[in-house]
Design a protein around this ligand. Structure first.
Ligand SMILES: Cc1ncc(COP(=O)(O)O)c(C=O)c1O
Length: 396
């Protein structure tokens, strides 16, 4: 049976991690996989999460099945976090939602729901986009197209080209937008640019698909929700895939949310039944643990405050690391202006260097990151920043 299967090339990011593990250079630097790291290079359990785990241990009395939609407290808390406590669409009872196994699970079940609506649906993704968007959406059977997004030469967004492309999108097409902290480029739309995209969405009647995986890592929990709230409040229909992997540090617990803003309550009820049936047909119900932790944190004023300050601390640390890297690059004589790194947001930056330069810096200096030149900013620290800057300058 299985001999018919062709061998596959290893996943580029996981392959990179394996190569990093095997490298014996004591000064090796890992800027590959997208997880937050502290100054010591650890990915810690957030304090608020540790507290919530204790509460859950006391509170949980059964491991019986939960429902296909997941923990309702989690869903309600996440919807107000994303859409705002006084969100008009929530008040109007227009949002269907389920807890999903991570942001990936949310992206996939929403894609499956789109197939149920129309199997010929086209989904437009930014060029470039997070590599896993393609298999998550494409394997559901949807057709993928790209719109221009980032220009490596100017290290900026090709906004005019993006809008021109979106102006040709057809009614009923889906446009995937990164809610904040664009992965892989770190280049985010400004509020004025979001406003312009909204106008095109109204004109062309496309369906925005918002992927929100880094809320709070850009400017603030509120500011980072600008795009998602704008779309939800001004369009009849929007879909949202959110993840708690990064901002709650709950990577392995698989905590996500799939939400569908519908035109009215009647459609909301139908969409709720449909998305639950999609979930039931794939994994039956989401894992309970991580969603229960997020529910505890967001429901408790004091724990929520703790969590918010931890998110702020992670964001501020990454901003400091950006500035440190830019200063060190210039101090070490970089002839390229890397100031754009300070303007980019979230966990990632595109260094805008060539794949040959990326390979050279890996081979000669044991600095590991993907060939697109995307680096995980959180992999930088006080100890390695100078070595990193020197290594980069040497291959420019
Ligand atoms: C843009 C984007 N969307 C979604 C996800 C999904 O994350 P997870 O499935 O780990 O929650 C990620 C994770 O790296 C991401 O970068």
């Amino acid at each position: 049976m299985f001999e018919v299967l062709p061998p596959l090339a290893p996943d580029p990011i996981l392959g990179l991690s394996a190569a990093y593990q095997e490298d014996s250079n004591a000064h090796k630097i890992d800027l590959g996989v997208g997880v937050y790291k502290d100054e010591q290079g650890n990915t810690p359990i957030l304090n608020a999460v540790a507290q919530a785990q204790k509460i859950l241990l006391e509170r949980e009395t059964s491991k019986t099945y939960i429902t296909p939609q997941g923990n309702q407290g989690y869903i309600d808390n996440m919807l107000s976090l994303l859409l705002g406590e006084k969100s008009p669409v929530l008040m109007a009872d227009r949002v269907a939602a389920v807890q999903a196994p991570g942001g990936c699970g949310a992206l996939r079940i929403l894609s499956e729901l789109l197939v149920r609506c129309n199997e010929k649906t086209k989904v437009w993704v930014s060029d470039p986009t997070w590599a896993n968007h393609i298999p998550l959406i494409g394997s559901a059977g949807l057709q993928i197209e790209t719109y221009p997004y980032f220009d490596k030469d100017t290290a900026g967004i090709r906004f005019d080209a993006m809008l021109d492309s979106l102006k040709k999108v057809e009614k009923g097409d889906v446009v995937l937008l990164h809610g904040c902290c664009h992965n892989p480029t770190g280049a985010d739309l400004t509020k004025a640019q979001w406003d312009a995209v909204l106008e095109v969405a109204k004109e062309r009647e496309f369906l925005p698909f918002l992927d929100v995986a880094y809320l709070g890592f850009g400017d603030s929990l509120e500011d980072d929700a600008y795009g998602v709230r704008l779309m939800a409040e001004n369009l009849p229909e929007v879909i949202i895939a959110a993840s708690c992997s990064k901002n709650f540090g709950l990577y392995r617990e698989r905590v996500g949310l799939a939400a569908i803003v519908t035109a009215d309550t009647k459609t909301r009820k139908v969409a709720q039944g449909q998305i639950m049936s999609v979930a039931r047909g794939i994994y039956s119900m989401p894992p309970s643990y991580g969603g229960a932790l997020v529910d505890i944190i967001l429901s408790d004023t004091s724990l929520r405050k703790d969590w918010e300050s931890e998110v702020n601390a992670m964001r501020n640390r990454m901003k400091t690391l950006r500035a440190m890297l830019v200063d060190k690059l210039h101090e070490n004589g970089a002839d390229k202006d890397f100031g754009f790194i300070n303007e980019q947001k979230g966990m990632f930056s595109f260094l805008c260097i060539s794949p040959e330069q990326v390979r050279e810096v890996r081979e000669k200096h044991s600095v590991y990151f993907v060939e697109s030149s995307r680096v995980n900013i959180a992999g930088i620290n006080q100890q390695n920043v100078d070595t990193l800057a020197k290594a980069l300058v040497s291959v420019l």
